[in-house]
Design a protein around this ligand. Structure first.
Ligand SMILES: Cc1ncc(COP(=O)(O)O)c(C=O)c1O
Length: 354
């Protein structure tokens, strides 16, 4: 007989995070890079595999990898913590600073994993609201900080799922009024025009997270990191599991960092394709949020979003249906793909609205 056990109270109340996949020719729903990583890197992996001492545990401190990431950002390696995707970085931050009896703040709508992981740790999630146009009022930041004194506050810049770039002043206000750790999630920073990494210092409780899943075309490898004060990195290392980052991943990521120029060249193409998608959608009288990321949030208006989503799917194009999410009624989100994929999406949307 199979026994059914009751999970913890926090888990019982949750539905989990789901990003449904459908096998279609044009997959524009999860904000990955549409391009494979450079062929030179894939070739280098054979050497990586043969160089590993497979009978030994990995370098627990991931020293070499932290050095190359630190060099990329002009910071000290002691200010870098790496994990299996930036989701694991977020989880480690929350395991370290959230938990029962503490509050975690988000400004909705934003990336759902902040609230999800915070609740898993047993923390209370407190929500700041954005304006109707999805921008964030600095007074709202101050209100949430004063009322709840959160242990951790998240600012996603550019914000997922809106694509909006946060004004720098909002981060200044947040840093002035925050009582706990401030996390700026820069999963899409390469597509935007400013980064908070240069603000990270020993005297500020600021952590900036990045990922290899987007610009660097390595979503399958699962690597993300945070640039934070050295004291914070030390504390994260207490909460994380020993040997959480395997030897292959460490060496493969070091190798990947010699190909960044090639990968970053693609950012320009994504940005110009993003502009093409935005202007085409606007020309169909669709509401569009100006994006600083590799995706575009839009509201078809002329037809219910669910019907538009289904029509796109019939034409082999999968986008993210956000229309049932709180504060995003009628909205869909499309990831910028290859020029050909984007043309297929635009043709399909034209048909859906005809
Ligand atoms: C804002 C944001 N942060 C973090 C992540 C997670 O990225 P990773 O693949 O590094 O876990 C995503 C993925 O979509 C994201 O949109």
């Amino acid at each position: 007989m199979t026994e059914v056990f009751t999970p913890r109270e926090q888990i019982q109340a949750m539905a989990g995070y789901h990003s449904p996949q459908v096998d279609v020719p044009v997959r524009l729903n999860t904000n990955e890079s549409p391009f494979p990583p450079p062929a030179g890197w894939v070739e280098a992996l054979t050497e990586v595999v043969t160089s590993i001492e497979w009978n030994r545990y990995p370098d627990r401190s991931a020293q070499k990898l932290r050095e190359v990431i630190a060099q990329r950002h002009g910071v000290d390696p002691s200010m870098v913590f790496v994990a299996n995707g930036s989701n694991e970085v977020l989880q480690t931050i929350l395991l370290t600073y959230a938990g029962h009896g503490r509050a975690v703040a988000t400004f909705e709508p934003t990336y759902q994993m902040y609230a999800q992981i915070a609740r898993v740790t047993g923390a209370e999630v407190v929500i700041g609201e954005r304006r109707a146009d999805m921008t964030l009022d600095a007074h709202e930041i101050e209100r949430v900080m004063q009322k709840h004194a959160p242990a951790v506050t998240f600012l996603c810049n550019p914000n997922n799922p809106t694509g909006l770039v946060e004004p720098r002043e909002n981060l200044d206000v947040l840093l002035e009024s925050a009582t706990g750790i401030v996390v700026v999630d820069e999963a899409y920073a390469e597509f935007a025009d400013w980064s908070a990494i240069d603000m990270v210092s020993d005297t500020r409780p600021l952590a900036v997270t990045r990922t290899f899943s987007k610009t660097l075309s390595m979503a399958a490898l699962r690597v993300g990191y945070v640039v934070a004060p050295a004291w914070m990195v030390e504390q994260l290392n207490i909460a994380v599991l020993p040997y959480h980052l395997d030897s292959f991943k460490q060496a493969a990521t070091v190798a990947a960092l010699s190909f960044t120029a090639e990968m970053e060249e693609r950012v320009q193409l994504i940005k110009s394709e993003r502009a093409r998608i935005e202007s085409k959608l606007l020309s169909h009288n669709i509401q569009v949020w100006p994006s600083g990321a590799n995706f575009v949030l839009f509201r078809p208006q002329a037809r219910p979003a669910k019907e538009v989503w289904e029509s796109l799917l019939r034409d082999g194009v999968l986008v993210r249906d956000c229309s049932s999410w709180a504060r995003l009624e009628g909205c869909l989100r499309v990831t910028v793909g290859t020029p050909d994929e984007n043309s297929q999406f635009l043709a399909a949307i034209e048909k859906a609205l005809a």
